[in-house]
Design a protein around this ligand. Sequence first.
Ligand SMILES: [Zn+2]
Length: 115
Amino acid sequence: MSEWWEATRDHRLLLQHCDGCGSVQHYPRALCITCGSSDLSFREAVGTGVVDSFTVVHRAGEPYVLARVRLTEGPILLTHLDDIAEPRCDMPVLLAWRPLPDGRHLPVFRSADGL
Ligand SMILES: [Zn+2]
């Protein structure tokens, strides 16, 4: 996962593409989950998707939204939704980045409505 995390320093979300069968997967694995090939390469995601499902997590402090986002390339990313008051399934979302203390970034998503 280190190459994947390093790319987040430059706000790049990498997806693993299989050069054998053309499928796209996330998270990165040693083998293609479709055909078993180890012929895999990283490409940058376009950063768009739709909400597949979500749950509002209530803890001490601010509630937050944990979501499964289906990326335009196909894979599902488990992530957070930022600044979305009323999330709904199939809502279009855009990639955003939340800084981490060590300079890496966590990929999160915001509403694409109104753009
Ligand atoms: Zn494959």
